[in-house]
Design a binder for this molecule. Structure first.
Ligand SMILES: Cc1cc2nc3c(=O)[nH]c(=O)nc-3n(C[C@H](O)[C@H](O)[C@H](O)COP(=O)(O)O)c2cc1C
Length: 189
């Protein structure tokens, strides 16, 4: 079983990176092979003009790094969407990735490869209100639904502003580890 983390923060060793690594740690304990994809290390441009019919859409900007990242995504059994909350939403890095998927998810020969994956969300944010976590988890639940995947759970860390400060939150790190462990066990059954 292959578990990948799509890291949406540009901060290596930042809060979402640390949380994603804990989920991967748990996944490895359950026997999975894991990988981290730092989306910010790749050129993924915002989506260009596309047609209305998703089954016939082209990707006019397919000369950047998106197609190679998409291949890594399609080869995974479980995907961890790891993002800080940026202005009440996903980071731009992950949003560009998601938007660009729109040219592939309902189109042959890719369509079948999107279906049936497990999905996990981790997010860190500075504010204390749980609503800020929902700015990420709610849209991601819709994405998973559209992709005919299974939403395996999420961990959100509120009041987490300074870089690396989530390391002091042992309950959040344990929740990430457990989620990775249980997700792989569940998907193996
Ligand atoms: C551009 C930007 C926008 C942000 N917007 C929000 C926000 O809307 N709500 C919030 O609670 N925190 C916000 N934050 C704080 C980050 O979510 C927080 O620092 C988080 O821990 C960063 O995660 P990272 O270390 O993985 O990059 C923002 C930070 C930046 C840089």
């Amino acid at each position: 079983m292959k578990v990948i983390a799509l890291l949406g923060s540009p901060r290596r060793n930042g809060n979402t990176d640390i949380m994603a690594e804990e989920v991967l740690h748990g996944s490895r304990e359950a026997g999975a092979e894991t990988d981290v994809i730092v989306v910010d290390n790749y050129l993924v441009r915002p989506i260009a003009e596309v047609g209305d019919k998703s089954s016939e859409r082209d990707d006019p900007r397919n000369d950047d790094d998106f197609p190679s990242l998409l291949e890594k995504f399609l080869n995974a059994d479980i995907v961890i969407w790891a993002t800080p909350v940026y202005w009440a939403g996903l980071s731009g890095q992950l949003k560009c990735f998601l938007d660009r998927m729109s040219s592939y998810f309902n189109k042959e020969p890719y369509k079948k490869r999107f279906v049936g994956k497990g999905h996990i969300v981790v997010c860190a944010y500075g504010r204390s209100e749980a609503l800020h976590g929902k700015f990420v988890t709610e849209p991601m639940k819709l994405v998973v639904d559209v992709l005919h995947g299974e939403y395996l759970g999420d961990v959100c860390s509120p009041s987490t502003y300074p870089k690396g400060s989530v390391r002091n939150k042992t309950e959040i790190l344990s929740a990430c580890y457990e989620l990775g462990l249980e997700a792989v066990k569940k998907r193996k059954c």
